[in-house]
Design a binder for this molecule. Structure first.
Ligand SMILES: [Zn+2]
Length: 139
């Protein structure tokens, strides 16, 4: 116990300005990507020129669902399990990202709600380590 690990390395970072997703953007056509992409997939783009960028923290819920039963491994969740909302969030940078919603009552979260990125625990893994990941919190 006591150890904390990231759900997946290289996807998010707690920066001096707060949590951010680690994405990339094509300098030619401005298309954003998450996770980072080594090439631009925009069929109208003439020259793939990728640059690393931070994404977030602000977004708005585009769609959501409440998970009412424990997802199967390797997904980490609270034990004992508590239902949580998972949402597709439109980030201000122009792409849509899936994340859990941090809140007391998932039934009170709605499409259109403004949210911001947080790095928060998902639960503990089989070795007892706390697993943290990017999530969204209503603002
Ligand atoms: Zn491009």
């Amino acid at each position: 116990m006591g150890d904390t690990i990231e759900s997946v390395e290289g996807l998010f970072e707690d920066t001096a300005n707060g949590p951010r997703l680690l994405g990339s953007r094509c300098a030619t056509c401005s298309t954003p990507y998450f996770p980072r992409s080594s090439g631009c997939h925009n069929p109208d783009c003439d020259l793939s020129k990728m640059e690393d960028t931070y994404l977030g923290p602000k977004g708005r819920i585009w769609s959501l669902s409440v998970q009412t039963y424990p997802p199967p491994p390797p997904v980490v969740s609270n034990d004992p399990f508590e239902p949580f909302a998972a949402a597709m969030v439109d980030l201000e940078e122009g792409l849509r990202v899936l994340g859990r919603i941090v809140c007391d009552d998932p039934g009170q979260v709605n499409v259109g709600d403004e949210v911001e990125l947080v790095i928060a625990p998902l639960g503990n893994d089989a070795d007892g380590r706390e697993v943290v990941s990017w999530q969204f919190k209503p603002v």
